[in-house]
Design a protein around this ligand. Structure first.
Ligand SMILES: Nc1nc2c(ncn2[C@@H]2O[C@H](COP(=O)(O)OP(=O)(O)OP(=O)(O)O)[C@@H](O)[C@H]2O)c(=O)[nH]1
Ligand SMILES: [Mg+2]
Length: 201
């Protein structure tokens, strides 16, 4: 059994950026993918979980990550940062390009071992979050939800946020597959590290 130590010492490196599907890596390693709306904190999640400062580029302006970014951990598995969706200001051409890229990624027959669907804990899931969930179910990709930015909420609001997730996605197991996270405070790091280790077993 790999221990928590693995993550503290994890050797994570940027691997490649994918703008069109033929750029997808040839190596067939397990992939753990981060998806969700723009600005929910996907790139910040990578930096904080792996104790990095600026490995994944983050921004307070939505739409920062525009390509599928692959990171390789201990030469052993990929963490995949998907560009966020639902950012109103992108052009239709850009949105269409995004949709095509994401769809072809999920249907590329890659070894997508698990998807983490990140949702800002301050907001209810949107129509696009619901679509993403349907999509992951159809593609048969195991999924957990991460409620992000919990440092911005009071305890009662966090409980409410969990309740909302349960209402929207009743099939998700709250105990095993809903996580609270704060990249700022480090909340949830241990739980997520343990989860990833279980996924990789
Ligand atoms: N308070 C707080 N802010 C956070 C947290 N995580 C991310 N942020 C902030 O939220 C903003 C967006 O973070 P990103 O990590 O760039 O979000 P993203 O989901 O990768 O966004 P796209 O690349 O546009 O899809 C940045 O200003 C971050 O500093 C958190 O846990 N707490
Ligand atoms: Mg990003």
């Amino acid at each position: 059994m790999v221990t928590l130590f693995l993550f503290m010492k994890a050797d994570i490196k940027f691997h490649t950026s994918v703008h069109i599907t033929k750029q997808l890596p040839k190596e067939n390693l397990k992939e753990i993918v981060l998806c969700g709306r723009s600005n929910v904190g996907k790139s910040s999640f990578i930096n904080s979980l792996f104790n990095q400062k600026n490995l994944a580029k983050t921004s307070s302006h939505p739409g920062k990550t525009k390509s599928i970014n692959y990171y390789i951990v201990n030469g052993n598995f990929y963490i995949v940062d998907l560009p966020g969706f639902g950012y109103a200001k992108v052009s239709k051409t850009e949105r269409d390009r995004w949709q095509k890229l994401i769809e072809s990624y999920f249907f590329s027959g890659r070894e997508i071992t698990h998807a983490f669907h990140l949702i800002d804990s301050r907001h209810s899931p949107t129509q696009l979050d619901i679509l993403l969930q349907q999509f992951l179910l159809e593609a048969n990709i195991p999924c957990s939800i991460i409620l992000t930015k919990v440092d911005k909420l009071k305890q009662s609001e966090i409980s409410h946020s969990k309740k909302i997730v349960k209402e929207y996605f009743s099939y998700i197991n709250i105990e095993d597959d809903v996580f609270l996270y704060s990249s700022v405070k480090g909340t949830g790091k241990k739980q997520l590290t343990d989860k990833i280790l279980r996924i990789l077993e």
